[in-house]
Design a protein around this ligand. Structure first.
Ligand code: F6R
Length: 364
């Protein structure tokens, strides 16, 4: 049932404040402000290396998580798409934890990676949305997302719930490794608890994004740029746009532009820049200005301060609530999803059932 929404995708985008809150409820305790994961039958503190494997949007959630595991827990992280993982003879030593991330819990490549890692003696944690799925059954540590059934083929609410779980897992691992003191843990919990309201704040810009979609719909190619945890979001934005609107889109690390893709820039290639204000803002803005200096038309997604500082000269801006960098990837997922959605609606594509795609990819 789509409720009063035109598509499942839009309904699922709008469910995010609730399902992220629901998911967080099982991973953080508000009372004593601690992260609380199901207790694994192995010692998290003994984990020496993490391998994250997934496909598509779930892979981009894993890419955000890599930044968090390294930053908070100081654990080395290996990250790969599941279809490549086994074929490069990955080195997996004792004390390794594999984390698979999957909405369906059935994606064939991810499942094969899980089994390969198990055979190599790795502990397995599974972040899955379908609790009865094969991956859920085969994991040592099941970390469910509580997004509810996701019907739209393009993943939306599963992604933000995956990020919520992975942030809690990163904090838990950091604590187990003695890298997060109680005061820092409380701060992490407080920031995460702000996510649902911030997502609501982001949804309030839906109409503005819908109006802006007219600027993107005529394009043949679109670039997305981001730095740090906004880089995976740039990749996710490009994936969302291409899969439902059929516009060719690429995500790039903002600093990588000048190593090639900047040659594509002209007034016909809109560039979406994801740049919340924070420690990486100035660097990303200087990459954005390189684009503008070559006649590129930029859409800047930032908060009020960021747009005040750098919004002049942009074709359009999208104002997000000001949030802590930890939850920025969760909040900035919303404009990226809404933009793809509205462009697809303008183009008249089948938003919930894009051509050639299946909700669950059970062939390798
Ligand atoms: C993108 C999308 C796909 C899936 C990918 C993995 O919107 O839906 O890229 O993310 O097929 O699927 P799961 O998460 O079920 O393993």
């Amino acid at each position: 049932d789509k409720g009063n929404h035109r598509h499942f995708m839009l309904k699922e985008i709008y469910e995010q404040p609730i399902v992220v809150a629901q998911t967080l409820k099982s991973y953080v305790r508000r009372l004593d402000e601690q992260v609380s994961l199901p207790t694994p039958d192995f010692d998290l503190g003994s984990i020496r290396r993490v391998t994250i494997v997934a496909c598509g949007t779930s892979y981009y959630a894993g890419m955000v998580a890599k930044y968090w595991f390294e930053q908070f827990a100081r654990v080395p992280v290996d990250l790969d798409v599941a279809s490549e993982f086994r074929y490069r003879a990955p080195v997996m030593e004792e004390g390794g934890l594999m984390i698979v991330i999957s909405q369906s819990g059935e994606t064939a490549d991810t499942l094969a990676a899980l089994r390969h890692a198990r055979a190599e003696g790795q502990k397995i944690a599974a972040v899955v949305n379908v609790p009865t799925s094969t991956m859920a059954r085969e994991a040592d540590l099941l970390l469910p997302t509580h997004a509810g059934p996701e019907i739209g083929v393009a993943s939306t609410k599963a992604f933000t719930c995956q990020l919520a779980v992975l942030a809690a897992l990163a904090a838990n691992l950091a604590r187990a490794k003695g890298r997060l003191n109680p005061r820092e843990e409380k701060e992490v919990v407080r920031h995460l608890a702000e996510a649902p309201a911030a997502i609501n704040g982001a949804l309030a810009y839906d109409e503005a994004i819908e109006a802006m979609a007219h600027l993107i719909a005529p394009a043949r190619d679109v670039l997305y740029l981001g730095r740090g945890t906004d880089y995976p979001l740039a990749l996710e934005g490009a994936l969302k746009l291409k899969e439902i609107s059929y516009i060719h889109a690429e995500g790039y690390a903002a600093g990588e532009m000048k190593h090639g893709p900047i040659a594509l820039i002209d007034e016909n290639v809109p560039v979406i820049v994801i740049a919340p204000s924070g420690p990486l803002f100035d660097k990303t803005v200087s990459n954005m200005q390189e684009v503008q200096a070559r006649g590129g038309k930029v859409v800047l997604i930032s908060d009020y301060d960021g747009i005040q500082a750098a919004g002049d000269g942009c074709m359009a801006t999208i104002t997000m609530p000001k949030v802590h960098p930890l939850i920025a990837p969760i909040v900035y997922a919303i404009p990226v999803q809404l933009l793809a959605y509205h462009v697809a609606v303008l183009k008249g594509t089948d938003v919930d059932q894009p051509r050639n795609l299946a909700k669950s990819v059970t062939v390798e």
